[in-house]
Ligand binder design. Structure first.
Ligand SMILES: C[S@@+](CC[C@H](N)C(=O)[O-])C[C@H]1O[C@@H](n2cnc3c(N)ncnc32)[C@H](O)[C@@H]1O
Length: 222
């Protein structure tokens, strides 16, 4: 793959509509009537080889998923990020690190999932340090809610796994409550606070440096 320095979104304002670009799916933020782009995850334009799909929502600058894609080439990895600059960083990483098995979605996680992930199409899902929205009145902005769990139930293949990582105790407790009908893979514990080989993300390194306790949760469909 040749390195490309330009990350160009072809539509603006009212013209905005989704677009499939090289190694990126763009989903505009304020798309009232979403018209999905027709494509298949098995299309060689998207991934070189058809392989099991792993999705990371809220990928930030893509540090964690970039390393995973490099070290686990037997999977196809999808990074979902709604911030332009961060999505752009992931996109550049794909070319710089020659990661044929990584694809970035520049868009909102739930909208992406509903329109672009067929039922039972995903092997695993990760969410590392989703924004905690600590104020009660902002909690509606959290990505992990009942509608997210419904989507996980739909997109995951049998025995699909969801891994959630946070340093926020109240978000952790909410995650555990929301996934209460699933089995914890750390049974009988609901989370662990040490996972040395988990991989690094920007926020994980930041919080570890500040000696915050990280909670890793892993659930399998019950
Ligand atoms: C706290 S950062 C964590 C980034 C990265 N996972 C890490 O550990 O360094 C949360 C990221 O999630 C993105 N984000 C928040 N809600 C989102 C959503 N609903 N869909 C897609 N991205 C989202 C934000 O733009 C931000 O980059």
């Amino acid at each position: 793959m040749k390195h490309k320095s330009e990350f160009i979104i072809p539509f603006y304002g009212e013209q905005s509509r989704s677009a499939l670009l090289k190694k990126c799916l763009y989903i505009p933020a304020h798309c009232h009537e979403h018209e999905p782009v027709a494509f298949s995850w098995e299309d060689p334009f998207v991934f070189e080889k058809p392989q099991p799909l792993i999705v990371e929502y809220c990928s930030g600058n893509g540090q964690w998923i970039g390393e995973m894609a490099k070290h686990c080439p037997q999977f196809n990895w999808i990074a979902v990020e709604r911030d332009f600059e961060r999505a752009r960083k992931i996109w550049l990483k794909i070319f710089r690190m020659q990661l044929d098995n990584l694809f970035v979605v520049y868009g909102e996680g739930l909208v992406f999932s509903r329109h672009y992930l067929p039922s039972a199409s995903v092997k695993e899902v990760y969410v590392n340090f989703p924004d905690p929205w600590p104020k009660r009145r902002h909690a509606k902005h959290r990505i992990i809610q009942k509608n997210f769990i419904d989507e996980m139930n739909r997109i995951l293949s049998p025995n699909g796994i969801v891994t959630l990582v946070t340093d926020d105790v109240s978000y952790s407790e909410e995650m555990i409550a929301l996934f209460s009908s699933w089995k914890s893979l750390f049974d009988p514990a609901l989370y662990v606070t040490e996972w040395p080989e988990y991989g690094d993300s920007f926020f994980q390194s930041l919080w570890i440096k500040q000696q915050r306790i990280i909670r890793y949760h892993r659930f399998i469909q019950g």
